[in-house]
Design a protein. Sequence first.
Length: 254
Amino acid sequence: LDPSGRARSGTGHFVGGDASIRLNREGRVPIFIAAFGRWLRYGDHRFDDSYAGGDIGPEFQLGGGQLRTTATGLVRWYGGKPLVRSFGGRFEYDRILGDKWTLVGTLLARRNDYADRSDTDGLDVEARAAANRPLGPTTLGFGYLGLERNWAKDPGEAFWRGQLGVGILKEIGWGLRPQVGIDLAREVHQGELAPFGKVRRDWLLEGNFSIYKRNWNLGGFAPSLSVTMTCNRSTLTLYDEKRLRAEVRMTKAF
């Protein structure tokens, strides 16, 4: 393999954040505006990865819950070069059911346009349902179920993807808040992928552990540590992956 295609370890630094505001908050139709982004930089800048995006649109009270309808956009750069632009719309509905369940449903449709290739351009639609529930005075359980359909110009790049995730978060004293989650995904492509002459089918398993020390701070920022293990198995071994990633963060909520 070319050196850029070989497995290798590396360290980098990153910064990210998100912010939102509601205009006309006390009116009949508030306007939601949000911006978000993340910048990751390695010693080898060919692997730098960053994105920035935003959402804007009205919110409505509906059926005891809240419906948010926004236009959404995202731009991503990889290795310092433009990678993809995505623009579309998002519908998100959330409500509290009874005195314990919080339910969220999301429908996202966007058009992806890649900078240096057109075979992967196309429409992407994703539907997701998520729920969380207290399991005790200091414990929260959560889970989600998602289905994604991608229509790329090349049928070998178009796919169906199903996802399932569950997790638990708990306060354990001393200001510590650990969280454990596991995600399983199945991806099946529509046609044979040139030049392999095979249809790509993947299984993805990912586990995550993180811990947050909320009562420590440095200039108002609290530390956290996360470790993520990713394993992908594909009918095309080029897409097989095993990856262990650790991140140390200093986080502040305003």
